[in-house]
Design a protein around this ligand. Structure first.
Ligand SMILES: Nc1ncnc2c1ncn2[C@@H]1O[C@H](COP(=O)(O)OP(=O)(O)OP(=O)(O)O)[C@@H](O)[C@H]1O
Length: 198
């Protein structure tokens, strides 16, 4: 179980997550829904360990450090870096020696073009492709379907299911309920800083 215990998060004086306690099954796909500003990204950032918070998050018997793949809402790419250079940069960081770019490029992105010139959906696909270079126990995906064409959404659903089959735990925040319903084992609704219903 991934256990969130009395998780609270504020920005200045605004309380975004309010004493949230919930257990997430491992090896499952968890969807988080809620209105704009409900705190979905904030919750995912806390789970991914990139935001400070009050309360506790425990990750079962798996180590958290270096073990969480995070797909942000708006992936950022430096200018003058091609898709291929970005993938190589990530592969080098993760100490992955040999990358077969043709095989890795599941979304058939124009890897020789500058990543900063990609469309919103292409940027998301490139960021996800980079996460697939390595294996993690936890995948935290913020709005993965945002800006993605229909074919891409189907492919993404297949990818997410394949990740789960390897025994991984996946968190997805999304406004797109149709793909969420297709892929998630559980869906949680965030209201007033807490999970209103599952
Ligand atoms: N770094 C920050 N500094 C200050 N306030 C923030 C910051 N990040 C988020 N917030 C605020 O926290 C609240 C929750 O934001 P969050 O992005 O988590 O919501 P969300 O549910 O993901 O929204 P959306 O569906 O629009 O993406 C919002 O009121 C937002 O303005």
């Amino acid at each position: 179980m991934i256990k969130l215990k009395k998780l609270s998060k504020s920005y200045s004086k605004s309380l975004i997550l309010n004493d949230l306690t919930v257990d997430f099954e491992e090896n499952s796909i968890h969807g988080i829904v809620g209105a704009n500003g409900a705190g979905k990204s904030t919750l995912l950032s806390c789970i991914a360990g990139i935001e400070a918070y009050e309360g506790e998050i425990s990750y079962g018997h798996k180590a958290k450090r270096n073990n969480i793949a995070f797909l942000p809402t708006d992936p950022f790419f430096f200018e003058w870096i091609t898709g291929r250079e970005y993938l190589k940069f990530i592969a080098d960081l993760r100490k992955i020696d040999k990358v077969n770019y043709a095989e890795v490029n599941v979304f058939q992105l124009p890897l020789e073009a500058y990543a900063s010139s990609y469309s919103t959906g292409m940027k998301k696909k490139l960021a996800l492709t980079a996460l697939l270079l390595d294996e993690f126990d936890f995948y935290v995906l913020d709005e993965p379907f945002n800006g993605i064409d229909n074919e891409g959404v189907h492919l993404m659903i297949d990818i997410i299911r394949n990740i789960q089959k390897k025994g991984k735990t996946i968190f997805i925040a999304s406004h797109f309920t149709s793909p969420l319903r297709q892929v998630c084992d559980h869906i949680y609704k965030l209201v007033d800083g807490n999970i209103e219903k599952q």
